[in-house]
Design a protein around this ligand. Structure first.
Ligand SMILES: [Zn+2]
Length: 325
């Protein structure tokens, strides 16, 4: 890389515990990465250590801060992406109202783009990951909740209120379980990893017959991972719990198909450890419920950027926001 030119891109993944920072060239090859602890008291403390870490990262690559062309920041929560301001972030309450893009941009003398963490991960998969071969894709993150990113005709959709692609809050059962968003029966109240474990725990408490009972009695709860493990070992109760999860995600994918007709739906998040069985059952329910009057072509697959998706996605977004011809 020419040391006199600006062709370095930075990806910053702001999490509740750690901030991951990655340094990339124009082809999105990672030159170096580092993480620093998140200070939950004041964002400026964290961001100053991010900038210091960044300076040493860039030096490791034989370059200087002046070589940075642009930076991207991925952050959970509600954001004003146009102004680069964190409106509210559940795991980072002290960051409320913080103009993070301007703060970072002034320190590194380069433009900075802020984006929701699911959108960043989606962009990473779209540009360099599981969906790099298609123009239209949707990412579904299956973790504590269900997050989403929708990329249509090569663009991330945002909307006026910045709350587009909140796919976990698509209602599946209108009179169903109460959701943190105040609606009822949202997909994530049944099919996130947290909700899957919660449904199992509620029924184990009521005395459901299952090989999971021993763990439940000993520890007072079972995890989503354990539910999937016991389902794979042939436990009927665990299997039924995972079937409802797959059915809800399958229905959610039917709704997503009607809305944006993606070539691929890419799944990420902790629940993908359940493996191919999860994809097969989602496909089964999708095919069961989808319209039959048109030729439906869609592929379900897992994300492949995994733990670095936040920094790769945000660096790629920085490149594609500020530098595409
Ligand atoms: Zn909801």
């Amino acid at each position: 890389m020419d040391t006199d030119t600006k062709d370095l891109f930075i990806g910053i993944d702001l999490g509740g515990t750690f901030v991951k920072i990655g340094c990339f060239n124009e082809s999105m090859e990672m030159l170096s990465k580092i993480s620093v602890p998140t200070d939950d008291q004041h964002p400026k403390v964290t961001l100053n250590s991010v900038v210091n870490a960044l300076a040493s990262l860039v030096r490791q690559a034989g370059l200087q801060l002046e070589n940075i062309k642009a930076a991207g920041i991925g952050c959970p929560g509600v954001l004003d992406t146009k102004k680069g301001v964190i409106i509210t972030s559940p795991n980072l309450p002290m960051y409320k109202g913080f103009a993070i893009s301007r703060f970072v941009s002034e320190k590194i003398h380069a433009p900075c783009v802020l984006e929701n963490d699911a959108n960043v991960a989606g962009w990473g998969e779209y540009v360099l990951g599981a969906a790099e071969d298609v123009d239209d894709m949707v990412l579904l993150t299956l973790g504590t909740g269900i997050g989403g990113a929708v990329i249509t005709d090569g663009k991330l959709i945002h909307s006026a209120g910045n709350s587009a692609a909140e796919l976990g809050h698509i209602i599946i059962f209108p009179e169903g379980r109460e959701c943190g968003c105040t609606q009822r029966g949202c997909a994530e109240t049944y099919a996130s990893a947290t909700a899957t474990a919660k449904r199992a725990n509620e029924m184990l408490e009521e005395g459901a017959v299952s090989s999971l009972q021993n763990i439940f009695i000993e520890r007072g709860e079972v995890s989503c991972k354990e539910v999937y493990e016991h389902a794979a070992q042939g436990d009927k109760f665990a299997y039924e719990i995972t079937e409802l999860t797959a059915k809800v995600i399958g229905l959610l994918c039917v709704d997503i198909f009607s809305y944006s007709n993606p070539d691929k739906i890419v799944f990420s998040g902790g629940m993908i450890a359940a493996g191919q069985t999860l994809l097969d059952r989602i496909s089964f329910y999708f095919n069961k419920f989808i319209r039959k009057d048109i030729n439906v072509k869609i592929e379900f697959c897992f994300a492949n950027l995994r733990e670095d998706s936040g920094i790769i996605g945000s660096a790629a977004l920085a490149r594609d926001t500020f530098c595409l011809v």
